[in-house]
Every structure is written in structure tokens, then in C-alpha cells.
Write a protein that binds this ligand. Structure first.
Ligand code: CP3
Length: 340
């Protein structure tokens, strides 16, 4: 495939680039009126995820409307537990909910390691359509949740401030925990490989609840599974974003990944020292900066870019963009990176 714009692939590989590439986590979503319009004609979020033509449409929207250097396929990390046998609901204003959760050996036995091409065909089809429609304008980022983050939803049953049910499981039943984490990992590897097969050029692993764990727990229950994923995806660059896990940056740097995502609490200069010169860093502007006036957004974005000077960098926020941030504020961030 030849690209009109392959900045992000080259930056991920650590090659020299003319300018820093930029995209935003959660760029395909509620910040755009055009997304809300598509979504409002449907029964809900899941119908959008499961309708490949529409998922492709909202994947491409931020490329057209915001000018980002990559598309991220429109889906959710929760399609993986669903494919394994645990359905989720996306409750309006409340977020994800699992009517059934994993508590016992018996619950776990009922889960399958599915064939991604069957159970997750809708996202794979969305990738193929997006690929065709983008026609090389920008690359597509594929993704999955990290095993610990998926585990936490499957045990907890939804979002939580503490994820104490999921953490309790790690302390009280480590054997069951490892078996579940292993099943999730096998499913995730097969799914990510299928995404690559269908046309994604970068994959990102989202460990959104990494920071909930202690360092000891992270090393036992999270890292080894992310390592398996990194070791299995060899044909495209892998990004690991472990939000809040500042305490394992050195260990993540040792993984077979190309890019490491930083959240807004991880200092870029300190992170570069810990991680070393070889990896590409991604991040890490506080999403709330985008609530400021344009002058402040521009200044804060430049200050952020200054901190990554001299190393390979993909500009992004330190977490997903919030739904009530205006597209103009997002464009100000993107345009500042492009003009830098
Ligand atoms: O633009 C993109 O980033 C691509 C699509 C994408 C979505 N979810 C769409 C979505 C991606 C990459 C995700 C990943 C995801 N999903 C994560 C990891 C990233 C992170 O934010 O830490 C997590 C933890 C989830 C689980 C999830 N999905 C939650 C907690 C919620 C509810 C909170 C919220 O933002 O509303 C979702 C719903 C969701 N996933 C929406 C979108 C656009 C909003 C639902 C809607 O449109 O009605």
C-alpha cells in the first residue's frame, strides 16, 4: 500500500519525519455532530459498532473533519468479552454494563476462545471498508483492550472507581485469575492478527485501568499478558498505553512494542530517560487543556511538543478526548502540532 500520508507509521518505526504526526484517542465519537447524527438514527452504540458501513463512515469522519494523521477503527474494547460469551450493554449516560460476570470456575469454563473471523466479523469488515474508502490517505490504527482491563470489566460488570471486585479476585483466586487472563490473551492475539490481516497498520493496546493495580500486581497479572501480545504481533508496530502505570515504564520499554503511550501525569523528559532513546513516545496533553481558549491551547501544545524534542514522537492527548470538547478546540490542537 502506498500512502499519501504515512507519517504515523514512520514515526512509530522511529524513522525521521518532516513533522510530528497527530491523532486523538476517542477522535471518532461524540465530539462530532456528524457522529451524533449517524448514531441518532440507530438503536444505540452497539448497532453502530456492528454495522460495518456505518462504523467505517464514523472512522473516516475525523480524517475529513479534523485533519488527523491516522484513523482509528470505530469499535470498542468490550467486543472481545462479548465474543468470548459475555454480552455487554452500553447504557446511555452510564457506560458499559455486563448482566453476567465472571465469579467462579464454572463461569470461566463457559467462556470460549472464539474464531475472530466469525464473532468479530463486523469490525473486521469495517476495517476492510475503511481501508478501501480511505484509499491510502492515512493509515488505520487497530486496537484491543489489554487483558487486565478486559478482565476488570468481566469481573466487575461495569465501570468502577476502585475496581475492587476485580482486584479482590487477583488476591483471593490467583489461579482463576490467571486462567481468565490467559483466555482473554489468546482471544486478543487472534483478534489483533485478524485486524492486521484486514488492513490495520498499527495496533494499540489500551490498558485503561493499569493504574488501579499495585506494581507487584501489575508485574504478575498484567505485564506478562501484554508481553505475549507484543511477541505475537510482528508485522506492524505495536503501541502500549498503560494509563497510570508510571511505575512500570522501564518494564514496558523492554517489551516488543514500538510506541509507548504516556498519560498526562507522566513527564515526557523523565519518561524518555526511563524508556531510553529507541522507542517512540505518544501523548500526552491533558485533555482538559482543550476547554481553554485557543491561545492557551496553542501555548500548552507547543510546551508539550518542546518536551519531546530530539526523540520520536506521536502527538496525542494523555487520554481520550471528552465528548463536550468542541471540534474547533481539537482543530486548534491538531493545527498547532502540524505548524510546529
Ligand atoms: O475514536 C476512537 O478512539 C475509536 C473508538 C473507541 C471507542 N472506545 C468508541 C466508544 C475506542 C478506541 C474505545 C476504547 C475503549 N472503550 C476503552 C479504552 C480507551 C479509554 O478510554 O481508556 C475503554 C475503557 C472502553 C470502554 C467504554 N466504552 C466505556 C467506559 C464507555 C463509556 C464511557 C463513554 O465514553 O461514554 C464506552 C462507550 C464508547 N466507546 C463511546 C464511544 C464513541 C461512547 C458511546 C456513544 O457514542 O454512545
Amino acid at each position: 500500500m502506498t500512502y499519501q500520508n504515512d507519517l504515523i507509521i514512520r514515526a512509530a518505526k522511529g524513522e525521521l519525519v518532516e513533522r510530528t504526526p497527530v491523532w486523538l484517542m476517542r477522535q471518532a465519537g461524540r465530539i462530532l455532530k456528524e457522529y451524533r447524527d449517524v448514531r441518532s438514527k440507530l438503536s444505540g452504540f452497539k448497532e453502530l459498532v456492528e454495522t460495518p458501513e456505518l462504523a467505517a463512515e464514523v472512522t473516516i469522519q475525523p480524517v475529513d473533519l479534523l485533519g488527523v494523521d491516522a484513523a482509528i477503527i470505530f469499535s470498542d474494547i468490550l467486543v472481545v468479552p462479548e465474543a468470548m460469551g459475555l454480552t455487554y450493554e452500553m447504557l446511555e449516560q452510564k457506560g458499559p454494563h455486563f448482566p453476567k460476570t465472571i465469579q467462579t470456575e464454572k463461569d470461566l469454563d463457559a467462556l470460549i476462545v472464539p474464531d475472530a473471523y466469525e464473532s468479530l466479523a463486523y469490525t473486521l469488515d469495517a476495517i476492510k471498508i475503511t481501508k478501501k474508502e480511505l484509499a491510502g490517505r492515512v493509515p488505520i490504527i487497530g486496537f484491543a483492550g489489554a487483558p487486565w482491563t478486559i478482565f476488570s470489566y468481566m469481573v466487575e460488570g461495569g465501570g468502577s472507581k476502585t475496581f475492587s471486585k476485580a482486584k479482590k479476585m487477583l488476591y483471593t483466586n490467583p489461579t482463576l485469575s490467571h486462567t481468565l487472563l490467559n483466555k482473554i490473551t489468546q482471544t486478543t492475539i487472534a483478534y489483533l492478527k485478524a485486524q492486521v490481516e484486514c488492513g490495520v497498520e498499527i495496533v494499540q493496546v489500551f490498558d485503561s485501568w493499569a493504574g488501579i493495580l499495585t506494581e507487584e500486581q501489575y508485574k504478575e497479572f498484567a505485564l506478562p499478558y501484554i508481553k505475549q501480545i507484543c511477541d505475537s504481533i510482528n508485522s506492524v508496530p505495536v503501541t502500549v498505553f498503560a494509563k497510570g502505570a508510571y511505575f512500570v515504564r522501564k518494564e514496558i520499554a523492554a517489551l516488543n512494542c514500538r510506541t509507548i503511550g504516556l498519560d498526562w501525569n507522566m513527564d515526557p523528559i523523565e519518561s524518555r530517560k526511563i524508556i531510553g532513546a529507541d522507542k517512540t513516545l505518544q501523548g500526552n496533553l491533558d485533555p482538559c487543556v482543550l476547554y481553554s481558549d485557543f491561545k492557551t491551547i496553542e501555548r500548552k501544545t507547543k510546551e508539550m511538543l518542546d518536551q519531546y524534542k530530539g526523540g520520536s514522537h506521536i502527538a496525542n492527548l494523555g487520554h481520550g478526548v471528552y465528548p463536550d470538547i468542541t471540534p474547533d478546540a481539537v482543530r486548534c490542537f491538531i493545527d498547532t502540532v502540524k505548524a510546529y
